[in-house]
Write a protein that binds this ligand. Structure first.
Ligand code: SF4
Ligand code: SF4
Length: 470
């Protein structure tokens, strides 16, 4: 029986056990994923031990094993992280959510709490004794810097600026901000609005919640589904009102564009919408925006090709609609550039920076729009990093006392590479990566939108001197 089937009562340890057996039998990820993922090396270590000693992997070992998956999606088979998330959710259904998870995944609530007395909270957090007590109680690793919340969140700023109201412009865009730019790094959200306004767009901030990704990673299915349902309704209403839709966080984008729509095309509603025949299942061909399909025989595949994944309780057409309408901010600007309407009236930035393409940006398969856009800034030097590198932060997992060391271990090849390059700044669109870079490296970190906004700030009035600043 499929583990995603709602009638299925397979215990979580059995789901993990079947993942172990599948991957042990295949063995591809023993060498392919030995550096950038903590899950596979542990899976193969446990499996080899079982074979050598004849002692079966215990339930406790399977429970710990599943916690090593951060849903980075670098591994080749999407079924594996999907099954692991399902297993995590079943554990949480049984055990409830631990305090650390409840605190760390609910950034809006944390920000609201801290926002009531921001100065007091931040000064308490800066106090060594208080901060170490907070870390102990919440199981945050002693060496991690606790999150500091700015006095004004992006959402408060946007409200003051009137961006939450419907505005009439010649081209309107709705911005899904996400929690990190919304509450922790509001300068990223403000820079994004500034860049879009420099391109003649009218920005609106529609009602929104956390995308649901942190809840999914922690196995909190109920909250993840509530967040998605509400966002789907609000964002699609905004599209219907005539707005383009984009987000600046690659994890929100990956969640809403890729994970949410998985298997939705197998639903009856979708098959009806593309006029599938009685014995047909039509599957959209990648890269054709749903206009071309592969046709399979329903009688042969109906038991495998079903909309029975994690999000199957949500309207499949809404999931597909949201995935198709939402653009990554870099992708959106690159489209403006192709149309010839991207404003390239930049001032020079004679600096050498590294751009790191985060895992969830790469998994959206949208190419690498940011380095190309940033390279339009006169005098800037952009070195790209991506490939199989991962920062290791895993959303907020790196904060946890029992995951901190492993998180740094996964990120260490990337950190070494950046140290070798010794850039003047690091650019990345992922705010989890930013937290990890801030922890591990001495270089300033920016979102690409902050660099573009900076390049728009001063107009070029004299010949450009491209000698690098040191
Ligand atoms: S994730 Fe896929 S490719 Fe990797 S070991 Fe498992 S089954 Fe094989
Ligand atoms: S999603 Fe990432 S962390 Fe999870 S098993 Fe795959 S590669 Fe490992």
């Amino acid at each position: 029986m499929n583990p995603h089937d709602s009638r299925d009562i397979t215990p979580p340890q059995d789901i993990i056990r079947s993942v172990v057996e599948l991957c042990a039998g295949c063995d591809t990820c023993r060498t392919l994923m030995d550096q950038d993922c903590l899950f596979f090396p542990e899976l193969y270590r446990l499996w080899d031990l079982e074979k050598e000693s004849g002692i079966t992997i215990t339930e406790a070992e399977l429970r710990s094993l599943v916690e090593l998956c951060t849903l980075c999606s670098l591994c080749p088979c999407p079924k594996i992280p999907a099954d692991l998330m399902e297993a995590k959710s079943r554990y949480i259904d049984k055990e409830g959510l631990p305090l650390t998870t409840r605190l760390l995944t609910n950034v809006p609530r944390l920000a609201r709490l801290c926002g009531i007395f921001p100065k007091l909270v931040n000064s308490l957090q800066s106090n060594k004794a208080v901060s170490s007590l907070i870390k102990k109680v919440t199981h945050v690793h002693a060496e991690r810097q606790l999150l500091m919340f700015p006095e004004q969140s992006f959402f408060q700023w946007a409200e003051q600026k009137g961006l939450t109201n419907r505005m009439e412009g010649s081209r309107n865009v709705a911005y899904f901000v996400g929690c990190t730019a919304g509450y922790i790094f509001p300068q990223v959200g403000r820079a994004t609005v500034e860049v879009l306004e420099h391109n003649g767009l009218t920005v609106q901030i529609p009602p929104q919640h956390c995308c649901g990704m942190p809840h999914l990673v922690e196995g909190d299915r109920t909250t993840a589904l509530q967040r998605v349902q509400s966002n789907m309704e609000n964002l699609l209403a905004s599209v219907q009102a005539g707005n383009d839709l984009f987000c600046s966080c690659p994890s929100c984008g990956y969640f809403m564009k890729i994970l949410l729509r998985e298997r939705a095309c197998y639903s009856e509603a979708y098959q009806k919408s593309v006029n599938a025949g009685e014995d047909e299942i039509k599957i959209p061909k990648p890269g054709w925006g749903g206009t071309k399909h592969r046709v399979l025989k329903k009688s042969m595949y109906k038991d495998i090709l079903k909309d029975d994944g994690y999000f199957s309780s949500l309207d499949p057409m809404g999931r597909i609609g949201l995935a198709e309408q939402l653009s990554d901010a870099g992708e959106y600007l690159a489209r403006l550039h192709t149309e010839g309407s991207f404003n390239t009236n930049f001032t020079a930035i004679p600096e050498r920076m590294v751009y790191f393409a985060p895992c969830h940006q790469r998994e959206q398969k949208i190419g690498s729009p940011y380095p190309e856009l940033l390279s339009l800034i006169p005098c800037i030097t952009i070195e790209r990093l991506g490939g199989m590198y991962c920062c290791g932060m895993g959303g907020n997992l790196g904060f946890k006392a029992d995951f901190h060391d492993k998180s740094l271990e996964v990120g260490s090849p990337l950190m070494e590479k950046i140290r070798e390059l010794a850039p003047q700044a690091i650019i990345t669109d992922c705010m989890s990566c930013r937290l990890q870079f801030n922890h591990a490296l001495p270089y300033p970190v920016f979102h690409p939108m902050e660099i573009l906004a900076r390049a728009y700030q001063f107009r070029i009035t004299s010949p450009v001197n491209c000698s690098l600043k040191t």
